[in-house]
Design a protein around this ligand. Structure first.
Ligand SMILES: [Zn+2]
Length: 138
């Protein structure tokens, strides 16, 4: 499998909180993470597929512009809990990786390549990855 990856950074605030639970229950589950705090997130977006006649899988600048438009424009310097994406789920790294994947999927589909996985690093040593295996549909 051939893939290319672009990495991005954004600063956001969030709190881990479930609306269906009380403040005490949230604190029991999420601990200090239920208080508002921030992260400098690293986001890696990986596309896989076949090399085209230009020798590219996808122009890196196309990948960068899609992610900037679809994700960074709303996520950078935002309170993630306020975004429509997180009205029904807490903005954990896991939910962010899944949500970002599905927000990008249609925008990164080309005849020769597809979005392969999205990785969200909440810190240098903690991250979540969402991937879809599509080796058979190329
Ligand atoms: Zn956090």
């Amino acid at each position: 499998m051939l893939s290319i990856t672009c990495e991005f950074h954004f600063d956001s605030a969030h709190r881990l909180f479930r609306k269906d639970l009380s403040e005490a229950e949230n604190r029991e589950i999420f601990g200090r993470c239920t208080d508002i705090h921030g992260h400098t997130y690293r986001l890696q977006v990986c596309v896989s597929g076949q090399i085209d006649s230009n020798g590219w899988l996808m122009d890196f600048s196309d990948l960068r512009s899609v992610v900037s438009r679809e994700i960074l424009s709303s996520y950078d310097h935002a309170f993630l809990n306020d975004l429509p994406d997180y009205q029904n789920c807490p903005p954990t790294a896991e939910n962010m990786a899944r949500t970002i994947f599905f927000r990008l999927k249609a925008h990164l589909k080309r005849p020769n390549c597809r979005l392969h996985h999205v990785t969200v690093f909440e810190s240098w040593n903690s991250w979540a990855m969402w991937s879809e295996d599509h080796a058979d549909d190329m």
